[in-house]
Write a protein that binds this ligand. Structure first.
Ligand code: SF4
Length: 278
Protein backbone atom coordinates (compact mmCIF):
# COMPACT_ATOMS: atom_id res chain seq x y z
CA UNK A 1 0.00 0.00 0.00
CA UNK A 2 1.18 3.54 -0.80
CA UNK A 3 0.22 6.19 1.72
CA UNK A 4 0.21 9.87 0.70
CA UNK A 5 -0.05 12.78 3.12
CA UNK A 6 -1.35 16.19 2.03
CA UNK A 7 1.38 18.80 1.56
CA UNK A 8 0.36 20.95 4.51
CA UNK A 9 -0.62 18.98 7.62
CA UNK A 10 -0.58 19.01 11.45
CA UNK A 11 -1.50 21.87 13.79
CA UNK A 12 -2.21 25.26 12.23
CA UNK A 13 -0.54 28.43 13.40
CA UNK A 14 -3.50 29.43 15.65
CA UNK A 15 -3.55 26.10 17.48
CA UNK A 16 0.25 26.06 17.92
CA UNK A 17 0.05 29.58 19.37
CA UNK A 18 -2.69 28.60 21.87
CA UNK A 19 -0.74 25.51 22.98
CA UNK A 20 2.45 27.58 23.41
CA UNK A 21 0.58 30.05 25.66
CA UNK A 22 -0.70 27.17 27.79
CA UNK A 23 2.73 25.61 28.01
CA UNK A 24 4.32 28.91 29.17
CA UNK A 25 1.61 29.37 31.78
CA UNK A 26 2.04 25.79 33.05
CA UNK A 27 5.72 26.55 33.65
CA UNK A 28 4.64 29.43 35.93
CA UNK A 29 2.71 26.91 38.03
CA UNK A 30 -0.66 28.68 37.79
CA UNK A 31 -4.09 27.00 37.80
CA UNK A 32 -5.24 27.04 34.19
CA UNK A 33 -8.78 26.90 32.85
CA UNK A 34 -10.07 26.99 29.30
CA UNK A 35 -13.59 28.09 28.38
CA UNK A 36 -14.62 24.89 26.60
CA UNK A 37 -12.03 22.52 25.18
CA UNK A 38 -8.86 24.37 24.16
CA UNK A 39 -8.92 22.66 20.76
CA UNK A 40 -11.29 20.19 19.11
CA UNK A 41 -9.20 17.10 19.74
CA UNK A 42 -10.05 14.72 22.59
CA UNK A 43 -6.54 13.23 22.88
CA UNK A 44 -4.86 16.63 23.23
CA UNK A 45 -7.52 17.93 25.66
CA UNK A 46 -7.13 14.83 27.86
CA UNK A 47 -3.34 15.09 27.93
CA UNK A 48 -3.63 18.78 28.89
CA UNK A 49 -6.12 17.89 31.62
CA UNK A 50 -3.52 15.54 33.16
CA UNK A 51 -1.11 18.48 33.29
CA UNK A 52 -3.72 20.63 35.09
CA UNK A 53 -5.46 22.46 32.25
CA UNK A 54 -9.17 22.20 33.08
CA UNK A 55 -11.99 23.01 30.65
CA UNK A 56 -14.90 24.92 32.26
CA UNK A 57 -18.22 25.97 30.78
CA UNK A 58 -18.70 29.20 32.73
CA UNK A 59 -16.58 31.71 34.66
CA UNK A 60 -18.92 31.21 37.64
CA UNK A 61 -17.18 27.84 38.22
CA UNK A 62 -13.92 29.51 39.33
CA UNK A 63 -12.78 32.33 41.58
CA UNK A 64 -9.04 32.47 40.79
CA UNK A 65 -6.44 31.32 38.29
CA UNK A 66 -5.68 31.86 34.62
CA UNK A 67 -8.30 31.61 31.91
CA UNK A 68 -7.14 30.95 28.38
CA UNK A 69 -9.40 32.34 25.67
CA UNK A 70 -9.11 29.71 22.95
CA UNK A 71 -8.31 30.36 19.30
CA UNK A 72 -12.06 30.58 18.42
CA UNK A 73 -12.29 33.77 20.51
CA UNK A 74 -14.86 34.85 23.11
CA UNK A 75 -17.32 37.66 23.58
CA UNK A 76 -15.94 41.03 24.80
CA UNK A 77 -18.39 40.95 27.75
CA UNK A 78 -17.03 37.59 28.91
CA UNK A 79 -13.43 38.82 28.80
CA UNK A 80 -14.50 41.93 30.77
CA UNK A 81 -16.29 39.77 33.35
CA UNK A 82 -13.18 37.63 33.83
CA UNK A 83 -11.01 40.69 34.44
CA UNK A 84 -13.61 42.13 36.84
CA UNK A 85 -13.42 38.90 38.86
CA UNK A 86 -9.64 39.34 39.14
CA UNK A 87 -8.83 36.36 36.90
CA UNK A 88 -5.76 36.44 34.71
CA UNK A 89 -6.99 36.37 31.11
CA UNK A 90 -4.66 35.09 28.40
CA UNK A 91 -6.13 35.71 24.99
CA UNK A 92 -5.20 33.05 22.41
CA UNK A 93 -7.79 34.21 19.87
CA UNK A 94 -6.29 33.51 16.46
CA UNK A 95 -5.47 36.70 14.50
CA UNK A 96 -7.54 35.35 11.57
CA UNK A 97 -10.56 35.03 13.90
CA UNK A 98 -9.93 38.53 15.27
CA UNK A 99 -10.05 39.81 11.69
CA UNK A 100 -13.57 38.35 11.25
CA UNK A 101 -14.67 40.01 14.51
CA UNK A 102 -13.15 43.36 13.50
CA UNK A 103 -14.75 43.39 10.04
CA UNK A 104 -18.16 42.35 11.43
CA UNK A 105 -17.92 45.07 14.12
CA UNK A 106 -17.06 47.66 11.45
CA UNK A 107 -20.07 46.60 9.36
CA UNK A 108 -22.31 46.80 12.39
CA UNK A 109 -21.05 50.28 13.34
CA UNK A 110 -21.70 51.49 9.78
CA UNK A 111 -25.30 50.14 9.87
CA UNK A 112 -24.78 47.23 7.52
CA UNK A 113 -26.92 44.13 7.96
CA UNK A 114 -24.23 41.61 8.96
CA UNK A 115 -24.26 38.14 7.41
CA UNK A 116 -21.95 35.51 8.85
CA UNK A 117 -21.55 32.44 6.67
CA UNK A 118 -21.01 29.52 9.05
CA UNK A 119 -22.60 27.50 11.83
CA UNK A 120 -24.62 29.42 14.45
CA UNK A 121 -23.68 26.88 17.14
CA UNK A 122 -19.93 27.15 16.57
CA UNK A 123 -18.06 29.08 19.32
CA UNK A 124 -16.24 31.24 16.76
CA UNK A 125 -19.52 32.38 15.21
CA UNK A 126 -21.10 32.94 18.63
CA UNK A 127 -18.18 35.23 19.54
CA UNK A 128 -18.54 37.18 16.26
CA UNK A 129 -22.26 37.67 16.92
CA UNK A 130 -21.42 39.09 20.36
CA UNK A 131 -19.43 41.81 18.60
CA UNK A 132 -22.32 43.15 16.48
CA UNK A 133 -25.86 44.44 16.76
CA UNK A 134 -27.71 41.11 17.06
CA UNK A 135 -30.95 42.50 15.70
CA UNK A 136 -29.26 43.18 12.36
CA UNK A 137 -27.16 40.02 12.08
CA UNK A 138 -27.86 36.65 10.46
CA UNK A 139 -25.94 33.40 10.39
CA UNK A 140 -26.33 31.50 7.13
CA UNK A 141 -25.12 27.94 6.72
CA UNK A 142 -26.27 26.98 3.23
CA UNK A 143 -27.46 28.55 -0.07
CA UNK A 144 -31.16 27.84 0.73
CA UNK A 145 -30.95 29.84 3.97
CA UNK A 146 -29.42 32.73 2.02
CA UNK A 147 -32.60 33.04 -0.06
CA UNK A 148 -34.61 33.69 3.13
CA UNK A 149 -32.57 36.71 4.29
CA UNK A 150 -34.62 39.94 4.19
CA UNK A 151 -33.67 42.63 1.68
CA UNK A 152 -31.51 45.44 3.13
CA UNK A 153 -29.97 48.53 1.57
CA UNK A 154 -26.49 47.68 2.95
CA UNK A 155 -25.23 44.14 3.56
CA UNK A 156 -21.81 43.13 4.89
CA UNK A 157 -20.71 39.51 4.54
CA UNK A 158 -18.00 37.59 6.42
CA UNK A 159 -17.35 33.87 6.83
CA UNK A 160 -16.41 31.56 9.67
CA UNK A 161 -12.68 30.93 9.20
CA UNK A 162 -13.23 27.19 8.69
CA UNK A 163 -16.04 27.47 6.13
CA UNK A 164 -15.69 25.55 2.85
CA UNK A 165 -14.85 27.76 -0.09
CA UNK A 166 -17.45 26.01 -2.31
CA UNK A 167 -20.29 26.64 0.16
CA UNK A 168 -19.12 30.25 0.64
CA UNK A 169 -19.26 30.89 -3.12
CA UNK A 170 -22.74 29.36 -3.48
CA UNK A 171 -24.14 31.37 -0.55
CA UNK A 172 -22.60 34.63 -1.81
CA UNK A 173 -24.23 34.03 -5.21
CA UNK A 174 -27.66 33.97 -3.54
CA UNK A 175 -26.90 36.94 -1.29
CA UNK A 176 -26.13 39.34 -4.13
CA UNK A 177 -29.87 39.72 -4.79
CA UNK A 178 -30.52 40.71 -1.19
CA UNK A 179 -29.19 44.26 -1.04
CA UNK A 180 -28.36 47.44 -2.95
CA UNK A 181 -24.84 47.71 -1.55
CA UNK A 182 -23.13 44.43 -0.72
CA UNK A 183 -19.62 44.16 0.68
CA UNK A 184 -18.09 40.72 0.88
CA UNK A 185 -14.95 39.76 2.78
CA UNK A 186 -13.64 36.27 2.22
CA UNK A 187 -12.45 35.64 5.79
CA UNK A 188 -11.86 31.91 5.36
CA UNK A 189 -8.47 31.21 6.91
CA UNK A 190 -5.58 30.76 4.46
CA UNK A 191 -4.53 27.51 6.15
CA UNK A 192 -8.05 26.11 5.74
CA UNK A 193 -8.24 27.14 2.08
CA UNK A 194 -4.90 25.49 1.33
CA UNK A 195 -5.80 22.35 3.24
CA UNK A 196 -9.08 22.03 1.34
CA UNK A 197 -7.29 22.51 -2.00
CA UNK A 198 -4.56 19.98 -1.12
CA UNK A 199 -7.22 17.50 0.05
CA UNK A 200 -9.12 17.85 -3.23
CA UNK A 201 -5.93 17.24 -5.23
CA UNK A 202 -4.97 14.18 -3.19
CA UNK A 203 -8.49 12.70 -3.12
CA UNK A 204 -8.48 12.60 -6.92
CA UNK A 205 -5.48 10.27 -7.09
CA UNK A 206 -6.20 7.69 -4.35
CA UNK A 207 -8.75 4.93 -3.75
CA UNK A 208 -9.58 6.06 -0.21
CA UNK A 209 -9.05 9.06 2.04
CA UNK A 210 -8.54 8.87 5.78
CA UNK A 211 -9.48 12.12 7.48
CA UNK A 212 -8.15 12.39 11.02
CA UNK A 213 -9.59 14.73 13.63
CA UNK A 214 -12.09 15.34 16.39
CA UNK A 215 -15.75 14.66 15.62
CA UNK A 216 -16.49 18.15 17.00
CA UNK A 217 -13.92 19.80 14.73
CA UNK A 218 -15.64 21.95 12.13
CA UNK A 219 -12.69 22.13 9.72
CA UNK A 220 -12.13 18.35 9.87
CA UNK A 221 -15.81 17.83 9.09
CA UNK A 222 -15.46 20.12 6.04
CA UNK A 223 -12.60 17.92 4.78
CA UNK A 224 -14.79 14.83 5.20
CA UNK A 225 -17.60 16.50 3.25
CA UNK A 226 -15.18 17.51 0.51
CA UNK A 227 -13.85 13.95 0.08
CA UNK A 228 -17.36 12.50 0.02
CA UNK A 229 -18.43 15.03 -2.62
CA UNK A 230 -15.55 13.78 -4.77
CA UNK A 231 -16.99 10.27 -4.31
CA UNK A 232 -13.81 8.80 -2.87
CA UNK A 233 -14.21 6.21 -0.09
CA UNK A 234 -13.75 8.27 3.09
CA UNK A 235 -12.91 7.24 6.66
CA UNK A 236 -13.38 9.84 9.40
CA UNK A 237 -11.34 8.74 12.43
CA UNK A 238 -9.94 10.24 15.60
CA UNK A 239 -7.19 7.70 16.24
CA UNK A 240 -5.60 4.59 14.75
CA UNK A 241 -7.94 2.46 16.90
CA UNK A 242 -10.91 3.53 14.76
CA UNK A 243 -9.45 1.79 11.69
CA UNK A 244 -10.11 -1.87 10.82
CA UNK A 245 -7.45 -3.87 8.94
CA UNK A 246 -10.06 -5.94 7.09
CA UNK A 247 -11.56 -2.81 5.51
CA UNK A 248 -8.21 -1.47 4.36
CA UNK A 249 -6.02 -4.39 3.37
CA UNK A 250 -7.15 -4.50 -0.27
CA UNK A 251 -6.28 -0.81 -0.88
CA UNK A 252 -3.23 0.15 -2.95
CA UNK A 253 -3.28 3.97 -2.66
CA UNK A 254 -4.53 5.80 0.43
CA UNK A 255 -4.53 9.53 1.18
CA UNK A 256 -4.15 10.94 4.68
CA UNK A 257 -5.19 14.38 5.89
CA UNK A 258 -5.94 15.89 9.30
CA UNK A 259 -7.84 18.84 10.70
CA UNK A 260 -5.97 21.85 12.05
CA UNK A 261 -6.27 20.51 15.64
CA UNK A 262 -4.90 17.08 14.74
CA UNK A 263 -1.41 16.48 16.12
CA UNK A 264 1.27 15.24 13.73
CA UNK A 265 1.93 12.24 15.97
CA UNK A 266 -1.67 10.96 15.46
CA UNK A 267 -1.17 11.18 11.69
CA UNK A 268 2.22 9.48 11.84
CA UNK A 269 0.77 6.70 13.95
CA UNK A 270 -1.93 6.07 11.34
CA UNK A 271 0.56 6.26 8.46
CA UNK A 272 2.81 3.68 10.18
CA UNK A 273 -0.20 1.46 10.88
CA UNK A 274 -1.27 1.59 7.21
CA UNK A 275 2.24 0.81 6.01
CA UNK A 276 2.42 -2.16 8.39
CA UNK A 277 -0.74 -3.75 6.93
CA UNK A 278 1.16 -5.25 4.01
S1 SF4 B 1 -7.68 27.23 11.42
FE1 SF4 B 1 -6.94 29.24 10.77
S2 SF4 B 1 -8.28 30.65 11.86
FE2 SF4 B 1 -8.52 28.69 12.89
S3 SF4 B 1 -7.04 28.76 14.54
FE3 SF4 B 1 -6.02 27.80 12.77
S4 SF4 B 1 -4.93 29.49 11.75
FE4 SF4 B 1 -6.48 30.39 13.10
Amino acid sequence: MDVFLTEEIGFCFGVRRALALVSDELKRGNHIYTLGDLIHNTGVVESLRKKGVIPISSLSQISKGTVIIRSHGASPSLIKEGRRKGLKILDATCPYVLRVQNIARYFSMKSYQVIIIGLATHPEVKAVIENVNKRRAYVVKNPQEATRIPFASKIGVVAQTTESIDNFEKIVKNLVQKGREIRIFNTICKVIRERQENTKRLAKKVEAMIVVGGHNSSNTYQLVKLCKLLKVKTYFVETRKDLQIRELKHLKKVGLVGGTSTPMRALEEIRDFLLSIN
